[in-house]
Design a protein around this ligand. Structure first.
Ligand SMILES: [Cu+2]
Length: 391
């Protein structure tokens, strides 16, 4: 099995501590057909490229609105929150497929960055494909991905306060697949949060297994086991930044084999929930169980909102070693997205990580930075954490 394209692994293993050259990662916009999972044995190519609108890449700029978006727990959503979310997803699904804001285009972003559609040509490595899993790129890439997805949804329903739900599988009451994603139809209307490619055995009231290993041995104490898994992924296996975020991965390197490089949350609850949701009757456990199709399931975004929340929780434990990385090549790694205005923007973590804690922003800009920080998933129905220094 190749390392770039695999179904989600589930074992926790030692991680590599690699040091390599420190070139900044830059990705080109031109896109290749992504070689699909080799497991199929037919060398299928899939097209994950974003629509080409002949736009030049702009640097990301902080939004100017003073709105804080508050993400909400999917199993505790108010009728109004759930209705907005469904309406926004429906609006996305109603767009033509080749529109950069369409649900299909948004889902392809994940495929493109996971399945080798981009190369590192701007870093001087035109033949090296990029993969944002199994390394320290996992958390920042997905944070940006949700950031734009959320803003696009908000724009589609004309709501600047729109925020994503998170599937709070770490809490006892949140351990079932959130109800709003489940029925195929509600009354006579189609449920746009439904996806037929899921494991039927795992619909509610099944309790998620955060340590799922492709078998369905029922555990009487599943809730307790899940809490132990959370302890493992956020504490016992996550005592330093590389163990939590994943191994160093820099320009010019081939994607790293997962077993040596993957961070504790990614290899643990993240992968296991993907596998638990995906349909075992599909060849690669589509949709959620394999990279190229995972984001075709609306549940993906609620799952990843909770993964993003894990980053916040891990830091808030304030244990020794629970601090962000400071390597320039982590902070400078960049990705390209269509934003809510259909502009092609290049986003890099440095914009957030360096600017706020080190006070390098120009005066008068602070408020905007705080807003971005907040909308980048630091508000989860809890006190905003944005003003806290990391050091
Ligand atoms: Cu994922």
């Amino acid at each position: 099995m190749t390392s770039t394209i695999t179904t989600f692994p589930y074992k926790n293993t030692p991680r590599a501590f690699k040091t390599r050259t420190n070139q900044t990662q830059r990705l080109r916009v031109s896109c290749n057909l992504a070689p699909e999972d080799q497991d199929r044995g037919d060398n299928t190519l899939i097209n994950c490229c974003p629509p080409k609108l002949q736009k030049t890449i702009k640097p990301f700029v902080f939004p100017t609105e003073n709105t804080v978006r508050m993400r909400w727990s999917a199993h505790k959503g108010t009728p109004e929150q759930m209705k907005k979310f469904k309406t926004a997803i429906q609006a996305m699904k109603d767009l033509p497929h080749d529109h950069p804001h369409s649900f299909a285009s948004q889902a392809k972003i994940h495929c493109a960055y996971c399945n080798g559609a981009y190369t590192e040509v701007n870093s001087g490595f035109p033949d090296t494909r990029i993969e944002i899993h199994n390394s320290w790129l996992f958390f920042p890439f997905h944070r940006w991905y949700l950031y734009f997805f959320e803003r696009i949804l908000g724009k589609l329903i004309n709501d600047p306060t729109f925020a994503l739900p998170f599937w709070q599988w770490d809490e006892t009451d949140g351990m079932q697949m959130p109800q709003m994603f489940v029925p195929e139809n509600i009354d006579v209307n189609k449920n746009f949060l439904y996806d037929p490619f899921r494991d039927n055995k795992h619909l509610p009231p099944a309790i998620v297994d955060l340590d799922y290993a492709d078998n369905d041995k029922p555990h009487n104490d599943q809730v307790q086991r899940n809490k132990c898994t959370m302890y493992r992924d956020l504490i016992s296996n996550a005592g330093d930044p590389i163990s939590f975020f994943g191994a160093i991965y820099e320009a010019g390197e081939e994607p790293i084999p997962d077993d040596k490089s993957i961070g504790s949350v990614e290899t643990g609850c993240h992968n296991n929930v993907h596998r638990w949701v995906g349909d075992p009757n599909q060849p690669l456990h589509e949709d959620m169980g394999v990279f190229y199709s995972a984001a075709r399931d609306p549940l993906f975004y609620a799952h990843h909102a909770n993964i993003d929340r894990m980053w916040k929780l891990w830091k808030e434990l304030r244990l020794p070693g629970h601090v962000d990385l400071t390597h320039p090549s982590w902070l400078n790694a960049s990705y390209v997205f269509y934003d809510e205005n259909e502009d092609l923007v290049m986003a890099m973590l440095m914009m957030l990580m360096l600017v706020v804690p080190y006070g390098q922003m120009a005066r008068g800009y602070g408020q905007q930075v705080l807003v971005v920080f907040a909308s980048l998933a630091v508000t989860y129905g809890l006190k905003p954490w944005v003003t806290t220094s990391r050091h």
